[in-house]
Design a protein around this ligand. Structure first.
Ligand code: DAH
Length: 339
């Protein structure tokens, strides 16, 4: 009897099933009324009294083992079924998602790109680590030119020729060196200056440079393009004015103001009671800058402009402290919607 129990035990430990129906077949085979395990209990009557205890124990063990094994096989199939597509509960609520918002500087940069895109300007990029030639010399800043003082930056001690660009005008030079006119491009990017950080200045900020070179480009084209931009960016009623200024790489040079968005030109503390706020520098590209890049200044003329994205964003959204752009406080960032 013990021998038969052991054999059956070994057999049951090894049983396998390929489906739930097969498991049921096995249950019937071993545990139904006429099952192999059940009938062993019938034979128990014939076991001699002195062996009854041991045989009884082993029989119960066999019955438990068989039950356990059948359950094991069954639950394997239950799990497969639960994870199959047919039992996927599509009505369950999803985990809530919190999409981020675009940074205000990115929103405004994309708007600038989009506005100039409508009048034919494409976008190009340049390196943030520059050499003296592209950031200064080719732009007509001679080695001891006082205009360099206004754009102090970060130099590398072992090589003064390498610096962090102070403006995106460096990309003007790179583009003119490599592209045959006509050129109609804007260059957005990050720039660096050695400035103490305050509500109005930072050692890192962003600019968008613009460049249009072709035959017969005039100051009228410059004015018209910038007026279009100002109205698209700040609203149809925006007025512009150009004041004479100086940049080494443009001649003549100007600075452009827009009528104050806050007071509409009447005067308030944002525009320091002048009714105007400055938004960019511009001018006709100096013939020296064209020649430095291998462009024939007799055949071609062009205009350029450069604006600070922080400044435009602060005006547009009435943000009073530039440091907010860099602090990444979500309470600030979540207030802006746009693409
Ligand atoms: N690069 C100048 C700056 O950062 C801005 C500027 C002025 C760019 C006049 C221009 C320009 O292209 O024509 O102060």
């Amino acid at each position: 009897m013990i021998e038969r129990i052991n054999r059956l035990l070994a057999e049951i430990e090894a049983i396998k099933a390929g489906s739930l129906e097969e498991v049921e077949q096995l249950r019937l085979k071993y545990l139904s009324k006429k099952g192999l395990v059940t009938v062993m209990f019938d034979d128990f009557k014939t076991v001699p009294a002195e062996l009854k205890r041991e045989v009884g124990q082993r029989l119960n063990e066999l019955k438990n083992k068989a039950g356990q094994r059948i359950e094991e096989l069954k639950s394997g199939f239950d799990q497969v079924q639960a994870s199959s597509a047919t039992s996927l509960d599509l009505t369950r609520p999803v985990n809530s998602m919190q999409p981020g918002t675009r940074h205000p500087l990115s929103i405004v940069r994309n708007q600038i790109i989009e506005i100039f895109g409508r009048i034919g300007f494409t976008v190009a990029d340049g390196p943030e680590i520059e050499d003296d030639w592209h950031n200064f010399s080719a732009l007509n800043f001679t080695a001891d030119h006082p205009a360099r003082d206004m754009q102090d930056t970060f130099f590398i001690a072992t090589n003064p020729d390498i610096l962090l660009r102070t403006h995106t005008s460096s990309v003007q030079i790179r583009t003119m060196e490599n592209t045959k006119p006509p050129i109609r491009m804007i260059f957005p990017g990050r720039v660096f200056r050695n400035e103490a950080i305050s509500a109005r200045a930072h050692c890192i900020f962003h600019q968008v440079e613009g460049l249009y070179i072709d035959k017969n480009v005039s100051f009228a084209d410059l004015k018209q393009s910038l007026m279009y931009f100002a109205k698209e960016m700040f609203g149809e009623n925006t007025k512009i004015r150009l004041r004479p200024s100086y940049f080494p790489f443009t001649e003549p040079s100007g600075e452009m103001d827009v009528s104050c968005l806050i007071c509409g030109g009447v005067g308030c503390n944002i525009c320091k009671h002048t009714g105007w706020v400055e938004i960019l520098g511009c001018g006709m590209v100096d013939p020296n800058a064209l020649e430095n890049c291998g462009i024939d200044s007799q055949a071609y003329t062009g205009f350029a402009f450069g604006m600070g994205i922080e400044r435009i964003t602060m005006l547009k959204y009435q943000i009073r402290d530039l440091r907010l752009f860099f602090e990444n406080d979500v309470r600030f960032l979540q207030q802006f919607t746009g693409s």
